[in-house]
Design a protein around this ligand. Structure first.
Ligand code: ARG
Length: 460
C-alpha cells in the first residue's frame, strides 16, 4: 500500500500499527464528498493557474471517472487498500492518470479535506433529519386530528392528574419536535462553513481562491482561521448535542407507547408489523421497535460523550485522536434517521382505544380540582378550597364512593355554597371545556393548536 508520506521513512510500517491507524473501513462512507471536494479543488487550481489547464482537465476527468464507478457500484473500497479515504482517492487517481495525479494535493492537506468531508456530509444529514422530523410531525398531527375529542387521563408522577384531550397529548410532541427541527436548522449555519484552503494548519503560499471553491460546493461561508478550521469539531458536537435532545424526546414518546400498549393501560395497540412475539410465550406481542428507539438513546448520548472526551485536551491544530470523531457521527445520524422514520410509521398505524382511555377516568378523582376551583369562584381562598376538597376525597375513599356519586346534600354538608352545578363540573368533558386558557386542553384551544401546527408545516 503506497503511503502519501513515504519519503521521510527508511523502514516500512509495522503491520499491526498499519491496521490500527487506518480509517478506511469507516471513512469510505465519505468517498462521494471527498471526490466532490477534490474536483472543486482541482478546478480552482486550474482557474488560478497553479496547475495548467491540461493538468486540471486530466485530474477532473480522472476524478469524474472514479465518481461514476463509485456511483454505479463498479468499484469496491477494500479495507487495507489505503490508510484512509483521501489516500484511496489519490491512489485510484494515479492508477487512472499517472503522475499528474500528484498535483491534486497542491495547497491542501488531509486535515482540511477531512474537515470539509465531514461538514458536507453533515449538511446533507441535517436536511434529511429535518425532513424526517416533518414527516413525524405530520403523523402526530394526523393522529391528533383523527382522534379529536377523545379524553384521557393526564398524568403527573404517573398518577391520574386531570383529564386532557388525547390530541393535546400528541400535540405536545409535535411542538417538541418543532424545537428539535429549529435547533437543527440553527446549527446548519455553523456547519455550512468551508474549511478547504486552510491546508495543514497555516494556510498556503499558493494564490488560491477559496470563495470560488465555496461557491462550487454550495457553501455559504469560508472559515476565518486556518487553525480553527482544521482543528474545530464543535460543529459535530453541536449536532450530537441536538441529536441527544431529540433522541430523549423520541425515547419519552417511545416509553409512553410501551406503557400505553401494556394490558394495564391498553390505550393503544401498535400495529403487528412493528411488534414481535416471544419464542416461548405464544400470546406475547412485544413493542420491540419503540423499546429499541428508547434503548438506542443510550448510544446517542454515548456518542456525544465520546467526542467530548476525545476533544477535551487536544492542543491545536489537527491530532490523530480526531480520526475517532467519525464513527460516533455516522452512528448518531443513522440512529436518528431510522428512529424518526419508524416512529412516524408506528404513530400512523397504531389503533387508539377510545373506550379504554375514557373508562380509565372513572373513579380516579381527576376532576377534584374542578370542585376546588368551583368554591374559589364562590369566593373561597384556593388553599381553603383545596383542603376542603381533600377532605371530600378522603370521605369518598372511606365510603367507597366516587366524587360523581355524591348527592347534593352530601356536597352541601361539606360547604353550603355547593349547588347542582357542582355535580355537572365533575364530568371529564366539562373539566376539559373549562381549560380554555391559551395552550390549554379545551376543544377550542386544541383545535386552534392543530390549525397553527398545520400552518407551521406549510411554512418550510
Ligand atoms: N483519516 C484522518 C482523520 O480522519 C484524516 C486526516 C489525517 N491527517 C493527518 N495529518 N494524518 O482524521
Amino acid at each position: 500500500m503506497e503511503k502519501l508520506w513515504g519519503g521521510r521513512f527508511k523502514k516500512s510500517i509495522n503491520k499491526e500499527m498499519e491496521e490500527f491507524i487506518s480509517s478506511l473501513s469507516f471513512d469510505k462512507k465519505l468517498v462521494k464528498y471527498d471526490l466532490l471536494g477534490s474536483i472543486a479543488h482541482a478546478q480552482m487550481l486550474g482557474k488560478c493557474n497553479i496547475i495548467t489547464k491540461e493538468e486540471k482537465n486530466k485530474i477532473v476527468e480522472g476524478l469524474k471517472q472514479i465518481q461514476k464507478e463509485v456511483q454505479e457500484g463498479k468499484v469496491e473500497i477494500i479495507t487495507g487498500e489505503a490508510e484512509d479515504i483521501h489516500s484511496w482517492v489519490e491512489n485510484k487517481l494515479k492508477e487512472k492518470i499517472g503522475a499528474v495525479a500528484g498535483k491534486l494535493h497542491i495547497a491542501r492537506s488531509r486535515n482540511d479535506q477531512i474537515a470539509f468531508d465531514e461538514r458536507i456530509y453533515l449538511k446533507e444529514e441535517v436536511l434529511k433529519i429535518q425532513d424526517l422530523l416533518k414527516d413525524l410531525q405530520k403523523s402526530l398531527l394526523f393522529t391528533a386530528q383523527k382522534n379529536f375529542g377523545i379524553i384521557m387521563p393526564g398524568y403527573t408522577h404517573l398518577q391520574h392528574a386531570q383529564p386532557i384531550l388525547f390530541s393535546h397529548h400528541l400535540m405536545a410532541y409535535f411542538y417538541m419536535f418543532e424545537r428539535d427541527k429549529a435547533r437543527m436548522q440553527d446549527l446548519y449555519k455553523r456547519v455550512d462553513v468551508l474549511p478547504l484552503g486552510s491546508a495543514a494548519l497555516a494556510g498556503t503560499s499558493f494564490p488560491i481562491d477559496r470563495e470560488y471553491v465555496a461557491s462550487q460546493l454550495g457553501f455559504n461561508r469560508i472559515s476565518e482561521n486556518s487553525l480553527d478550521a482544521v482543528s474545530g469539531r464543535d460543529f459535530i458536537l453541536e449536532f450530537l448535542s441536538v441529536a441527544a435532545i431529540l433522541m430523549m424526546h423520541l425515547s419519552r414518546l417511545g416509553e409512553e407507547l410501551v406503557l400505553w400498549s401494556s394490558k394495564e393501560f391498553a390505550f393503544i395497540e401498535l400495529d403487528d408489523s412493528f411488534c414481535t412475539g416471544s419464542s416461548i410465550m405464544p400470546q406475547k406481542k412485544n413493542p420491540d421497535t419503540v423499546e429499541l428507539i428508547r434503548g438506542k438513546t443510550g448510544r446517542v448520548y454515548g456518542n456525544l460523550i465520546t467526542l467530548f472526551t476525545i476533544m477535551k485536551s487536544l492542543p491545536l491544530a489537527y491530532n490523530k485522536d480526531m480520526q475517532e470523531d467519525k464513527e460516533p457521527l455516522f452512528d448518531t445520524a443513522h440512529t436518528l434517521e431510522k428512529s424518526i422514520s419508524l416512529m412516524s410509521k408506528m404513530i400512523d398505524t397504531m389503533q387508539v382505544n377510545k373506550e379504554k382511555m375514557e373508562t380509565s377516568l372513572k373513579d380516579d378523582f381527576s376532576t377534584a380540582t374542578e370542585l376546588a376551583d368551583y368554591l374559589v369562584k364562590k369566593g373561597l381562598p384556593f388553599r381553603e378550597a383545596h383542603k376542603l376538597v381533600g377532605g371530600m376525597v378522603i370521605y369518598c375513599l372511606e365510603n367507597k364512593k366516587n366524587l360523581e356519586d355524591l348527592t347534593l346534600s352530601e356536597l352541601k354538608s361539606f360547604h353550603k355554597n355547593f349547588s347542582e352545578k357542582a355535580l355537572e363540573i365533575l364530568k371529564p368533558q366539562s373539566a376539559i371545556e373549562t381549560k380554555d386558557s391559551f395552550g390549554g386542553t379545551s376543544l377550542k384551544r386544541v383545535k386552534g393548536s392543530i390549525q397553527k401546527a398545520k400552518k407551521i408545516l406549510k411554512q418550510k
